[in-house]
Ligand binder design. Sequence first.
Ligand SMILES: [Zn+2]
Length: 311
Amino acid sequence: MKESINHIKSFRIEGKTPGPHVLLAAGVHGDEYEPVLTAIELINELPQLLISGSVTIVPIVNVTAYRMSSRYGEDGLDLARICPGKPDGSASEKNAFEISTLIKASDYLVDMHTGGLAHHIYPMAGFMLHPSGEVLEKQRALALACNLPVIWGTDHRPNGRTLSVARDEYIPAIYLEYGGGSGIRKEVVKTYKDSCINVLKYLKMAEGEAEIIAPEKRFWVEDSMPDSGYFQGKMPAPSDGIFVCEKTPGEPIKREELFGKIIDPFTGSSTAILADIEGIVLSVRVAVHVKKGDALGSILPIVEPGKVIIN
Ligand SMILES: [Zn+2]
């Protein structure tokens, strides 16, 4: 295979008049497909919708991860941990460098994800709790304009992310999470497309008024505790086995309520997984066979719509 084939391919759409430059990214993880389809639909539809500014769309950020249907590139690297990458590095490092270069040339970043093959996530828009109040306010506004039920601000310190590249450049940046598991969920493709178009309307780049659901109707959590946004570290499995989840994303859950159980097929024993906090279920593991330490899901510490601050 020719090496050049593993470079990022980006598509730029120009409005008729000057304005902001928005970067829409998908495929940072190679096993998250709906955002890629959203990106393709936007490449086809934005030329008719965009009135000002410009939009750069990258349907696949980590090219070899996509080819391997994996979260990780052919070098075993998670691109969301190695930004800003290296121009002369391995495949994922090169793609990380390429997307970081595009981020630095943009005014806003929207990075679209799903839970991959292993997790199913309730629709949310997330951002880092940027130390600059001005950038933070812009990120909150972008997240609100996505019209997803959950808004999640988390620790700004982690590095290696697309969002940390944007953070260091003071470029407002958000990421979206919704769905995951096998198959295609058309509602995720549609929802993300609506989110992106509404963001462009909010920025006065597309025709029409942005419609924005009231903030008090969202589940809005801002949590500045270290690594608060780190999904893979939440609810680690206490043992190997078959995970039988009892909850779905968006459901309320009480402290000590049954989240799921792990069945050991060799002994027949069952280990109950209880919620350690009260809140709503943000994500559940859908890859059934678990190893000790695998994240089984996550609970957002909020019981009714409104805003919760944790620090
Ligand atoms: Zn992802």
